[in-house]
Design a protein around this ligand. Structure first.
Ligand SMILES: Cc1cc2nc3c(=O)[nH]c(=O)nc-3n(C[C@H](O)[C@H](O)[C@H](O)COP(=O)(O)OP(=O)(O)OC[C@H]3O[C@@H](n4cnc5c(N)ncnc54)[C@H](O)[C@@H]3O)c2cc1C
Length: 458
């Protein structure tokens, strides 16, 4: 007989009871599910889309940005999985990890399911029920999730918010903030992929102009960019596009494109920027921005086909089904990681993850804002305390919505770093279970030494 709980006057079936329930199947959530399952926990990962990987897959955000830090073990497992499926992940010049979005999604899926984890696709978190404690931190008990069969409940000992938008934390009443000091978020982008490109001809054209943006001068992989007013050599051809009525001035704000492994002739575009979406925390605002981006992609593809050498026979393969959100809500956790921690290369007793990506802000008002990058080998640590919050005893947060300042989030948000967060959080879930202590009360130093034991940095 199915157990039910009462939610808003309805009998809602309880789909199952787990050690860990993760909301959000992006890179941080997937890594957390993989680690939990590999440590023998019963774990369910819930996502509103039909593929794991979130921004990296459904928003087609590839490749992984270069890092020079030691990673935890799931990161290597993911790259091994990509290679085992025939993907070439390294370009021989940079430390970027290249992948095709759907390949990464399949690798995450295999690692979760083959380790014994459960995936619930096509399911959207709508609410969370707690113990209604009046004093002290609350304990979350049941997620309320909209699925094809209607509302269901999912019980778990530990909950993980890997939703990017801190959806679970906000539903649980955790304090959050969003945007910079004016409330403006980083610029959103809607990415797309084109095929039928003669990439060699495009590269030859860029190099013939003296374009030194990409370190990749030969071989399969290629990267290209243009930001108006920043001395990019491609700006002149984009200006011709404006003069010919193919582009609007705002389309020149940010253009970037990358190769996709296993797809000769295809390039993935890290644009267009959608600067009109100043604050991305409004539902209607996001929807209107997507409509605006669709029109911009129409213009960009027509411009490239008409004017850019190498694009004569190109075509649009697809537009990401998910908006590329660089930054939105961030929890106010027990510790807020700051840009001073970046500058000081902070170390913590409970440091779980190493980060070295620069402060990479796509700012609404200031354009691109970058803080000086590190020397290879330098890093800061992300402490366990940035993953927990004082209001809820059994909730961890991972990924781009952990507790940081606006500027610091712009460093921690890259895919390799969020994978390591998920891996480390999975270790915390296992320790919480074995020690019968909610994650909020765990010793961060103990989480670190346990993570170093079961998923050592290498
Ligand atoms: C335009 C853009 C370009 C970028 N470029 C790069 C790059 O080149 N290289 C790099 O390394 N990083 C890049 N990044 C950063 C990086 O890709 C992301 O920060 C990172 O992938 C975020 O991972 P995450 O797990 O925190 O969140 P996400 O991957 O966003 O995952 C969140 C998941 O939660 C799910 N979800 C949300 N709400 C609900 C709900 N209510 N119910 C169920 N599921 C829900 C979503 O469907 C999604 O799958 C870029 C980001 C953007 C937006």
């Amino acid at each position: 007989m199915t157990t039910t709980i009462n939610y808003a006057g309805h009998d809602v079936p309880v789909l199952g009871s787990y050690d860990v329930a993760i909301v959000g199947g992006g890179s941080s959530g997937a890594a957390c599910a993989i680690r939990c399952a590999q440590l023998g926990l019963s774990v369910i990962i819930i996502d509103r889309f039909t593929m794991l990987g979130g921004t990296a897959t459904n928003a087609t955000v590839c490749p992984m940005m270069p890092t020079y830090v030691a990673h935890r073990q799931v990161f290597a497992q993911v790259e091994e999985g990509l290679k085992a499926s025939g993907e070439v992940t390294r370009d021989g010049t940079t430390t970027m990890v290249w992948f095709a979005p759907e390949r990464l999604g399949r690798v995450y899926e295999d690692l979760v399911t083959c380790s014994g984890g459960t995936i619930l696709y096509d399911a959207t978190l709508v609410d969370v029920l707690d113990d209604r404690a009046q004093d002290g931190p609350r304990t979350l008990q049941s997620l309320i999730v909209m699925t094809a069969q209607g509302l269901v409940a999912i019980d778990a000992q530990t909950m993980v918010d890997a939703s990017g938008d801190a959806v679970l934390a906000r539903a649980a009443g955790v304090s959050t903030e969003s945007g910079d000091e004016t409330g403006a978020n980083q610029v959103c982008s809607l990415r797309f992929i084109m095929g039928g490109i003669d990439v060699d001809a495009y590269r030859d054209y860029c190099l013939s102009l003296g374009d030194d943006f990409s370190p990749l001068k030969t071989g399969y992989f290629w990267e290209s960019a243009m930001v108006a007013g920043r001395d990019f050599v491609l700006e002149s051809i984009f200006r011709e596009g404006v003069a010919d009525g193919l582009l609007e001035e705002g389309d020149l704000r940010y253009y970037q494109t990358f190769s996709v492994p296993g797809k000769p002739g295809a390039l993935a575009f890290n644009c267009p920027h959608i600067p009109s979406l100043v604050t991305n925390t409004s539902a209607m605002g996001r929807s209107e921005a997507i409509i605006e981006a669709h029109a911009t992609i129409d213009r960009l593809t027509r411009f490239l086909q008409t004017k850019m050498p190498g694009f004569e026979h190109s075509y649009l393969i697809g537009i990401a089904p998910m908006l590329g959100v660089r930054e939105s809500w961030r929890i106010n956790g027990v510790y807020r990681l700051t840009e001073e921690d970046y500058v000081n290369q902070a170390r913590f007793e409970d440091g779980l993850v190493r980060g070295d990506w620069f402060i990479d802000v796509h700012s609404q008002s200031k354009g691109l804002f970058h803080k000086k990058g590190y020397q290879h080998g330098d890093y800061y640590e992300i402490p366990y305390r940035s993953l927990i919050n004082p209001q809820v005893s059994n909730l961890l947060t991972v990924g781009r919505c952990i507790s940081t300042t606006f500027l610091m989030q712009a460093s921690v948000r890259i895919t390799p770093t969020v994978i390591d967060m998920g891996d480390a959080a999975g270790c915390a879930c296992a320790l919480s279970k074995s020690e019968h202590i909610p994650v909020l009360e765990l010793s961060g130093a103990k989480v670190r030494s346990y993570a170093d034991e079961v998923s050592p940095l290498s």
